[in-house]
Ligand binder design. Structure first.
Ligand code: 2BA
Length: 135
């Protein structure tokens, strides 16, 4: 099951004891964090300095069509909170502008007024890991 976390810092506060893992004994979770390009380096550096392993995939946002980064972090359940704090603390909210277009009379699209959007900090999904192995 995926849990999306955006917005307030309280989202990453511990909610009591860690919930039990899924049947079958999976004790790992997979964090899938979509971050802005500018934040990806600091996020990965901070994670690895704290003993986490992380993978960066260069991705593109569907709305702005701008490059961003998806950071995958496999974590033991009891270290999930720490990893989420690191992601949150290394991602900024930034203002971007999106210029929509409308079809023109001669086929050439023409630009409309720019739309301002707030991007980030991070869009985070946490998935239960059915199985984790290093082969
Ligand atoms: P984009 O899809 O390029 O979206 C960039 C920002 O544009 C979003 O920031 C949001 O502020 C705005 N935006 C997105 N879709 C919109 C819409 N239909 N109408 C108006 N404004 C819209 P964030 O929410 O911080 O998202 C940053 C990036 O995270 C997204 O880049 C996308 O790559 C990813 N993302 C966000 N929510 C997602 C979701 N539910 N599933 C998968 N990826 C998601």
């Amino acid at each position: 099951m995926a849990r999306q976390m955006t917005g307030p810092a309280s989202s990453v506060e511990p909610q009591g004891a860690a919930p039990p893992g899924p049947p079958g004994g999976g004790d790992h979770q997979l964090i899938l964090a979509i971050v802005q390009d500018e934040d990806a380096g600091p996020v990965i550096e901070a994670l690895t300095s704290d003993g986490f392993r992380a993978t960066r995939i260069n991705t593109v946002g569907g709305f702005l069509r701008k490059g961003n980064a998806t950071v995958l972090v496999g974590v033991e359940r009891e270290r999930l909170h720490r990893a989420l704090l690191i992601v949150r603390d290394n991602c900024e909210t930034r203002t971007e502008y999106f210029v929509p277009t409308a079809p023109g009379e001669v086929g050439e699209p023409y630009p409309l007024d720019p739309i301002q959007v707030q991007v980030g900090g991070a869009t985070v999904f946490v998935l239960d890991c059915e199985r984790f192995e290093r082969l």
